[in-house]
Design a protein around this ligand. Sequence first.
Ligand SMILES: C[S@@+](CC[C@H](N)C(=O)[O-])C[C@H]1O[C@@H](n2cnc3c(N)ncnc32)[C@H](O)[C@@H]1O
Length: 403
Amino acid sequence: MRLHRNLVFTVIDSILAIFNDGEYADKMVARALKKDKRWGSADRKFVAETIYEIVRWRRLYAEIAEVKDPINRDDAWRIFAVWAVLRGYTLPDWKYFENTPERRIKGRFDELSKIRKFKESIPDWIDELGVKELGEEKWTKEIAAQNKQASVILRVNTLKTTRQKLYGILMDLDIETIMPEEYPDALILKERANVFLTDAFKEGLFEVQDASSQLVARLLDVKPGMRVVDTCAGAGGKTLHIASLMENKGQIIAMDIYESKQKQLKIRAKRNGAFNIEYRIIEGTKTIKKLHDKADRVLIDAPCSGLGVLKRNPDSKWKLRPEFIEEIKEVQAQVLQDYSKILKSGGKLVYATCSVLPSENEKQIEKFLNSEAGKDFKFIEDHKILASESGFDGFYMALLEKK
Ligand SMILES: C[S@@+](CC[C@H](N)C(=O)[O-])C[C@H]1O[C@@H](n2cnc3c(N)ncnc32)[C@H](O)[C@@H]1O
């Protein structure tokens, strides 16, 4: 295996921007891939995967390379050399690799792999929090599972096609997929591919959405003709799923506090042919009060730590702060209090997060049910999905019914 200079330089520039300037890994990867139109698919794969891997294993590699934050360009080369040695590359005779201690790198890797926070490359505080919340055994398995590369999973847009038809369309493009039985709207790619370039995507036949996330709209048990309020709709992954389950009949009110996200949802809804969505920005209590007792279904896909989706966002390990988790828990409790009032009697509410921490999940539901606002609600069921058990993202979803 040979290393190509311009590809490696791109990786070095990208990891420096992610580590030092707080840039998001997915944005930097997208930018890096635009750099040279002559790159073939193997080159693009090398750039994207290497950036993600170095971000994912940052702590382990930095420890082996003996570099500390802030990382300068020489440090980035040392980290890259660790990656290359551990991946089995023969280092070329570039000046950056002079005196790379290859045997020592392998020895340090074996030593550090015995300590979870290095082996799994996580900050001390996340490791401690994981143990506190899930217990040593579950957390060890969970963080290992969340360090694996995520599969590419599609959600079939049944407003425009069926799973069987889309399977065939993709097969004709040499994109092989699997139809998992327990996830009726999902197709899982056998090998990674840039599905966004296909006409099938441009025509809105599918969206990319993790399998665990696809269970949320199903749990909400929506039916055509209902009025459904998606209170934290963001860019609308679940709104669009709800629209397809409602066959475009009835009304979906998609809300968020950020207009920028709603703009993305509008573009996606157009592509999906989802016409029954109304958009509202939450500007204060007024927006919510107007909807009190009005909805058959309410989804609260709450903002959270994201400690269920590290596979997809490995850089968030380094961006998250303990204070943020404390703040977001307050928001979760508040939105449960406020948005549950939108539901009609006899209606159903789903509270969901992409976190595996009980304090953001079942504990929030317990607290809500014991509060004044929660007295009108009955707990129906919940699902605590761990990446280590499902193979997909870590998620939580609880179904409540208003008496
Ligand atoms: C987990 S994300 C939503 C993901 C989205 N439902 C999807 O399926 O693609 C949580 C969303 O809640 C929004 N948010 C944060 N605080 C909020 C609040 N107080 N009320 C409503 N939405 C809020 C965020 O902007 C973010 O878009």
